[in-house]
Structure formats: C-alpha cells, structure tokens
Write a protein that binds this ligand. Structure first.
Ligand code: GDP
Length: 197
C-alpha cells in the first residue's frame, strides 16, 4: 500500500466523540515506551505524525488519523508505566475498554510487544482481556534492530509458546523495527488485505 495521505483528525477521551465510524479502523497499543509512536511514524512515513514522547504514560487520549481517506489509524495511550497514579490507571482502563468494546468499525488492534524482552505479564494480561472480550488483534514485535535476527525470532517463539498455553489459535504477528523500517510492507499489506482494497 502506498501512503498518499496521512492526516491527524481528533484527540479525545470518549468513543462518542470519535470520527464517524464509516471506515475500517486499526488501533495501536502497547506498554509505554514500546515504540508505538515510532512505529506509527514509520508505517505512515510521516516523521511527526504520532509524537514520540519522552514522558511515557502522559497522554491519555484516543488519537485518530485518516490514511489515504480510506482507513483510520488510532494511536491509543500505552499501559504498564510504573509511575502512574491509581486514578489515572483506572481512567485509562475505563476509556480503553469502552473504546475497544464499543467502537463498531474497529477492525483490528495491533498489540505492540518489545522484541527484546521475555513475555511480560502486563502484555499477556492485556491480550487475555482482548480475547475475553472478543476484540480482534495481531501482534507487532518492536525494536528488532536492537538484537540479532535469531534472538528476535527466539523471543517471538517464546512469546507465542507462552500464549499457546491458553490460546487455541495464535494471532498473526509481525516483526518490526522503526529504525530499520522493517515490517512496513508486511503490516501495510495486511491492512490492505483486510480492507479488501
Ligand atoms: P512509545 O512510548 O511507545 O510511543 O515509544 P516511542 O516511539 O516514543 O519510542 C520509545 C523509545 O524507543 C524512543 O527512544 C525511540 O527512539 C526508541 N525506539 C522506538 N522504536 C525503535 C526501533 O525500532 N529501534 C530502536 N533502536 N529504537 C526504537
């Protein structure tokens, strides 16, 4: 897919205020600092589209972008940042699960996983909840350039093995690196395929 156009639309905290649910929608989420903003900028080839923030966990907004006037890309606030108050964690939960359960055009959630780490409980819990609520998702392993290809694949295998303890069917997954522009074609081809364009 060629990205001809990528535009920011809205930032808000409520599903009701999101743009009209008329186009397929792909949301991106993961632990704070997982590389979400970098990945979104890499995919859209727009350096400043999603803000790479030095203050993880600060933005608590649902950010909508429109791509090629054909689909929405949504940048969701990350989870798992230790220095976040109980109140903001509860606020995050309420907002995120309202969005993930109610947004009718939500086609697929990209759950970003740091490819350098062993399976993190916070990621596994988030994924379990997606499953319980029947929200479709795929995995994107990030920062693959930080280690050898073999090590990345090994970590992916460990993550998938952990998932298969509780899941009958494993999700689609992608290996990505914003720095090396790895995984861009595969992710965009997947979105194109799902959109049926
Ligand atoms: P976010 O909080 O999930 O949006 O994460 P950011 O995109 O702001 O990235 C967090 C940190 O990881 C920043 O210092 C990025 O430069 C770095 N980073 C993100 N993606 C990559 C990547 O693919 N490779 C490398 N080496 N660093 C990355």
């Amino acid at each position: 897919m060629h990205i001809r156009d990528a535009r920011f639309l809205t930032s808000n905290t409520e599903v009701a205020k999101c743009p009209p649910a008329t186009l397929p929608e792909y949301a991106f989420i993961g632990r704070s600092n997982v590389g979400k903003s970098s990945l979104i900028n890499m995919l859209t080839a727009r350096t400043g589209l999603a803000k790479t923030s030095s203050l993880p966990g600060k933005t608590q907004l649902i950010n909508h972008f429109i791509i090629n006037e054909q689909w929405y890309l949504v940048d969701l606030p990350g989870y798992g940042y230790a220095r976040v108050s109980k109140e903001s964690r509860a606020k995050w939960r309420k907002m995120i699960w309202a969005y993930l359960s109610k947004r009718e055009n939500l086609t697929c959630v990209f759950v970003l996983i740091d490819s350098r780490l062993p399976p993190q409980p916070v990621d596994l819990e988030f994924i379990s909840e997606l499953g319980e609520r029947g929200v479709p998702f795929v995995l994107a392993f990030t920062k693959a350039d930080k280690q050898s290809t073999g090590k990345t694949q090994q970590n992916v295998d460990v993550f998938l093995a952990k998932m298969s303890e509780t899941w009958d069917e494993l999700p689609r997954w992608f290996i990505t690196s914003a720095s090396a522009r790895e995984g861009r074609d595969a992710v965009l081809a997947f979105i194109e395929e799902v959109n049926g364009q």
